[in-house]
Design a protein around this ligand. Structure first.
Ligand code: ZN
Length: 208
């Protein structure tokens, strides 16, 4: 294989990985295979914008989402983290239990953290949430001057930061939240899918 062709093929895995591949490929075929696997891992790491700390905080949000499911609420959980990496608040969806349409996971952590801080503005904070925020929560993130939002799965029906609207980083507003998505999305989506599957089953049973 021509070196240039190999370089082009490697380009999609990232330049650093591609360069290593190019150096090794002509020396040893067995090593070539091993380098290819290593290259894919490196490329995955290079592509992911998320740190180990991001994953740790999203896991806290996922645990909160599981707690919501156990209460019969739609499983969405959130964790709010300061710029210094301290967990300010953890919460989950509770509109049914609280009889409150605003009792979403994001609102719960914003309220708790703002009360502790004595300030409705929470600059420098990152909000981790297992599901894409709705219109209400996206607006609250902007008002609270949240610096960064990391969400797991998209909400194709109500999502207001990517799916239906792009409110959190809109150029029309005076504050833009940095939005990142997809961290542990499969796990978050599975929690939701299992919850709705179980609920459908219960409804069928009660219809009998
Ligand atoms: Zn919401």
């Amino acid at each position: 294989m021509e070196a240039q062709t190999e370089w082009n093929q490697c380009a999609r895995f990232g330049r650093r990985a591609g360069a290593r591949h190019l150096m090794m490929a002509h020396d040893d075929r067995v090593l070539w295979a091993r380098i290819t696997i290593e290259m894919i891992h490196m490329a995955d790491a290079a592509r992911s914008p998320f740190s180990d700390a991001d994953e740790r905080f999203m896991r806290i949000a996922l645990e909160a989402a599981a707690a919501a499911a156990a209460e019969g609420e739609v499983p969405v959980g959130a964790a709010l983290v300061s710029g210094e990496g301290a967990v300010l608040a953890v919460g989950h969806n509770q509109p049914i239990r609280r009889r409150d349409p605003s009792a979403h996971a994001e609102m719960a952590v914003l309220r708790e953290a703002a009360a502790k801080a004595g300030n409705y503005r929470l600059p420098g904070a990152t909000l981790y949430v297992s599901f894409e925020p709705c219109v209400m929560c996206a607006g609250a993130l902007v008002i609270a001057r949240i610096e960064r939002l990391v969400f797991a799965a998209r909400d194709l029906r109500f999502g207001a930061v990517r799916s239906k609207f792009q409110l959190a980083d809109s150029p029309l507003l005076n504050h833009r939240v940095q939005v990142e998505e997809g961290l542990l999305a499969a796990e978050a989506a599975e929690l939701l899918a299992k919850f709705f599957e179980r609920r459908r089953g219960q409804r069928r049973f009660s219809d009998c």
